[in-house]
Design a protein around this ligand. Structure first.
Ligand code: ADP
Length: 493
C-alpha cells in the first residue's frame, strides 16, 4: 500500500468523536469512534469538557491510523468537521479553556437574546448574518463566558484569550497552538460574521459585547490550516478541509449545484439547500448561511432545522421502552401501515424552523383503546416526515423547488420512513450508498484542498446512489395528512 495516498477525516460531533481513513477514491478504509459525557449543570444548560473532546479526538485518530496500518507519510491531508456553534474560550498562553464548551443546544442565553431582540436590531442583524437572536448561535455564549468567569472580560480586553468553535479549538491543539483559525461555514454561525462582506463585523461585536481580538482568522473550507504536530499520532500532514457538520454533509452529498438539497437525520434533522452565489433571505424564518467557501468563492445555503428527529426514536426506546432498538420501528410501521388517527408532535424542547417556538411542548392526539406500540412507533416516524414537510414547504415558498431530496444520517436506514417521506414531500427521495455524508464531506474538502482531486466534478462522479424512493401517494391524500399535522401543531403552540 506504500504508494497510495490517504485522507484522515475527523468528525467531532455532539455525542461522539470519530475518525475515518479514506483512500484516494474516498472509500472508507477504517474508522474509530468514542462517545463522551454530556454535562447538564442546570435545566436547559448543556456543556462538554474540552479536554475530554480533545482526548477522544486524539484517541480515535490514533486508533483509525493504527487499524489502517498505513505509513503515516501516506496521509496527505486531514479534514475536520464539527458540531457547530459550540463555543470554547481558551487562554492563548497555555491553550487551556477557561470554561467548559457551551454546546449548541444550551439555552442559558435566552434572556440575553430577548434583550437584544427588544433592542430592536434583529432585522439589521439578520440582514448581515442570516441568523436570528437565538441562544443556539455562538455570540451570546462567548459574552456569557466573559461575564461569568471571574476576570475573563478584563483578560479578553488585554488580548490574553481566544474564542473558537470546536474546529478552531482542535486546529489550535493539533498545530501545537500555532494556528488560530476557523472556516467560513463555522464563522457564519456566530452572529458576529457578515456573510455578505465575508468578514467579522465591528458593529456586531460591539452589540454582542465580544472583543474582536478573541476571534479566529477565517479561511476557505479547503485552505491550509497548518500542519499537525507529528508528536500526536505520527502524522505531519496539513489540515486542508474544514466545515461545520451540516455544511460538510451537503458537500459530502455532492450538492454542488444551486437548487440541490439534502436532509440529514441524526439526533435532529437539518435541511440545507444550495442557493449558489446568492444569499436568499427567507420569508419563512429559515436561516441563510454559508454552505462553503472554496478558493474564495462563496456558496450560500438556506437552512431549516428540526430539533427532534432520531431522538424521538430514542424516546420510543429509552423513554417509553416500546422498542428494543431504533431499527424495530421499520417492522412495526410495515405491520401497522400509515396511521391517520393518531398524531405525535415531538416538540420535546420546543419547535425549530419554521415555527421557532421554544415554549411549545409535545403531545399525542387521537388515542383510542386500540392504539398500540405499532401505532405509536409509526406515528413517531411520520412526525419526522411531517416536520420535514414543514421545512420543504417553507423552502418552496422562498423559491426553492428541488426535483429530489438527498437524505443521510442514521435514521435513513429505515426504508419505510424514506418511502413515507417521499410521499409527504411529493418528490423522490435519494439515499446514497454511503450515508455518512458529514465525515465524507470533510474528507472530500481536505482532498480537494491538498490536490488529491482536481475539482468538485471529480467528487460528483464518486457520489453513488443506493436507492430512490419514488412518490407513491396521491397529492390529495398527502395534502389531507399534512393538514391534520398542521392542526396538531396549532394545538401545541
Ligand atoms: P448522530 O450523529 O446525531 O448521533 P446518527 O446519524 O448516528 O446520529 O443517527 C442516529 C439516530 O438515528 C438515532 O437517534 C436513532 O434513534 C436513529 N435511527 C437509527 N437507525 C434507525 C432506524 N432504522 N429507524 C429509525 N431511526 C433510526
Amino acid at each position: 500500500m506504500s504508494n497510495e495516498t490517504f485522507i484522515l477525516a475527523i468528525d467531532q460531533g455532539t455525542t461522539s468523536s470519530r475518525a475515518v481513513i479514506y483512500d484516494d477514491s474516498l472509500v472508507p478504509i477504517t474508522s474509530a469512534q468514542q462517545e463522551f459525557a454530556q454535562i447538564y449543570p442546570h435545566s436547559g444548560w448543556v456543556e462538554h469538557d474540552p479536554e475530554v473532546i480533545w482526548a477522544t479526538v486524539v484517541a480515535v485518530c490514533r486508533d483509525a491510523i493504527e487499524q489502517a496500518n498505513v505509513a503515516p507519510a501516506s496521509i496527505a491531508a486531514i479534514g475536520i468537521t464539527n458540531q457547530r456553534e459550540t463555543t470554547v474560550v481558551w487562554d492563548r498562553a497555555t491553550g487551556k479553556p477557561i470554561y467548559n464548551a457551551i454546546v449548541w443546544q444550551d439555552r442559558r442565553t435566552a434572556d440575553r437574546c430577548d434583550a437584544l431582540r427588544e433592542g430592536g436590531s434583529e432585522s439589521a442583524v439578520a440582514a448581515k448574518t442570516g441568523l436570528r437572536f437565538d441562544p443556539y448561535f455562538s455570540g451570546t455564549k462567548i459574552a456569557w463566558i466573559l461575564d461569568e468567569v471571574p476576570g475573563a472580560r478584563a483578560r479578553a480586553e488585554r488580548g490574553e484569550l481566544a474564542f473558537g468553535t470546536i474546529d478552531a479549538f482542535l486546529i489550535d491543539r493539533l498545530t501545537g497552538h500555532r494556528v488560530h483559525a476557523t472556516d467560513a461555514t463555522n464563522a457564519s454561525r456566530t452572529l458576529l460574521y457578515d456573510i455578505h462582506a465575508g468578514a467579522w463585523d465591528a458593529e456586531l461585536a460591539e452589540l454582542l459585547q465580544v472583543p474582536q481580538n478573541l476571534l479566529p482568522d477565517v479561511r476557505d473550507c479547503d485552505a491550509s490550516f497548518g500542519n499537525v504536530d507529528a508528536s500526536l499520532f505520527g502524522v505531519n500532514a496539513p489540515i486542508h478541509g474544514v466545515a461545520g457538520d451540516q455544511q460538510a454533509a451537503l458537500f459530502g452529498q455532492a450538492c454542488f449545484d444551486p437548487g440541490m438539497i439534502k436532509s440529514t437525520y441524526g439526533t435532529g434533522c437539518f435541511v440545507i439547500a444550495n442557493t449558489g452565489s446568492s444569499a436568499l433571505a427567507s420569508k419563512n424564518q429559515l436561516l441563510t448561511t454559508i454552505a462553503s467557501r472554496i478558493d474564495g468563492e462563496v456558496t450560500y445555503g438556506l437552512e431549516g432545522s428540526i430539533f427532534v428527529a432520531g431522538s424521538a426514536i430514542q424516546w420510543l426506546r429509552d423513554g417509553l421502552a416500546i422498542i428494543e432498538s431504533a431499527a424495530d420501528t421499520e417492522a412495526l410501521a410495515v405491520e401497522s401501515g400509515v396511521v391517520d388517527d393518531v398524531i405525535v408532535v415531538p416538540a420535546f424542547t420546543g419547535l425549530g424552523a419554521p415555527y421557532w417556538d421554544p415554549q411549545a411542548r409535545g403531545a399525542i392526539f387521537g388515542l383510542t383503546r386500540d392504539t398500540d406500540r405499532r401505532t405509536l412507533a409509526t406515528a413517531t416516524l411520520q412526525s419526522v416526515a411531517y416536520q420535514t414537510c414543514d421545512l420543504m414547504r417553507a423552502m418552496a415558498d422562498d423559491g426553492i423547488t428541488p426535483k429530489t431530496l438527498r437524505v443521510d444520517g442514521g435514521m435513513v436506514a429505515n426504508n419505510w420512513y424514506c418511502q413515507f417521506l417521499a410521499d409527504m414531500i411529493q418528490i423522490p427521495v435519494q439515499r446514497p450508498s454511503n450515508v455518512e455524508s458529514t465525515v465524507l464531506g470533510a474528507a472530500a474538502l481536505a482532498g480537494l484542498g491538498a490536490g488529491v482531486f482536481e475539482s468538485r466534478r471529480a467528487l460528483q462522479s464518486r457520489w453513488e446512489l443506493d436507492r430512490v424512493f419514488d412518490v407513491a401517494m396521491s397529492p390529495k391524500q398527502s395534502e389531507s395528512r399534512y393538514r391534520r399535522w398542521q392542526e396538531a401543531v396549532r394545538r401545541v403552540r
